[in-house]
Ligand binder design. Structure first.
Ligand code: DC
Length: 220
């Protein structure tokens, strides 16, 4: 049986995981799986329907969350509706971080993530890919950067998408998410023992991509 290759990229909010993974995926011809989108889908559903975690527990079985791919790019469908462009707001970022501490939500999303890696060559980015989702990944990278630089990158991204934003608010929101994501009891954000820890502070996107591409090609 053909075994597909997998590259796990974890790291805190704003480290550039998605942007970098997207380019690496195009270069390698792998699927880019942005797992944060799955948590964002549930957060979006809960906010839109004003439901709490207890109600969500009962509704989860009836929810169909699908990642579809256009070439190597990811689209997010919730119960058949494309919500890809609806989940990139500060409010959803914070809500996704909060609901990601619930074990029943993490368990629900695990098979979707593992199935994608079972049937495709993937670059999967998230918080617990190296530690929990794909502990046997061929390459494991923990991407990070100094918090102010991450906030600046996030602000640039939001502005490019035409969203209003304030630096101090973004910085605070990233700090809160760092704390939530890395101190939760289940699958906290942390590098696995065998991850390459890569600090991108002061590096351009091109520099990060070319260094990582060289590293990945040396391993797989
Ligand atoms: O990567 P992102 O910013 O889209 O993720 C949003 C939130 O989802 C993040 O703050 C924590 C949660 N998340 C997670 O717990 N595990 C993952 N593998 C991916 C995201």
């Amino acid at each position: 049986m053909k075994r597909f290759k997998s590259i796990a990229i974890d790291g805190p909010a704003g480290a550039g995981k998605s942007e970098v993974s997207k380019i690496l995926a195009k270069n390698l011809g792998f699927l880019h799986v942005d797992t944060g989108a799955l948590y964002r889908a549930i957060a979006w559903y809960m906010l839109n329907n004003s439901i709490d975690d207890k109600e969500m527990h009962n509704k989860l079985d009836k929810m169909k969350i699908e990642l579809k791919f256009q070439n190597t790019e990811q689209l997010l469908f919730l119960n058949g509706v494309d919500i890809t462009d609806k989940i990139r707001t500060q409010q959803i970022s914070e809500a996704a971080s909060q609901i990601s501490s619930f074990g029943f939500i993490r368990d629900f999303l695990l098979s979707t993530q593992r199935n994608l890696a079972k049937h495709n060559n993937v670059i999967m980015d998230g918080r617990d890919i190296s530690t929990i989702v794909l502990p046997d990944a061929d390459v494991k990278i923990f991407l990070t950067a100094e918090v102010h630089e991450r906030a600046l990158r996030r602000m640039k991204q939001l502005k490019e998408n035409g969203k209003n934003c304030n630096f101090e608010e973004i910085l605070e929101s990233i700090r809160v998410r760092d704390k939530n994501d890395s101190t939760r009891k289940i699958a906290p954000l942390k590098p696995s023992k065998d991850s390459l820890i890569f600090d991108t502070t002061g590096l351009s996107l091109d520099e990060v991509v070319s260094k990582l591409l060289k590293y990945i090609k040396g391993v797989i």
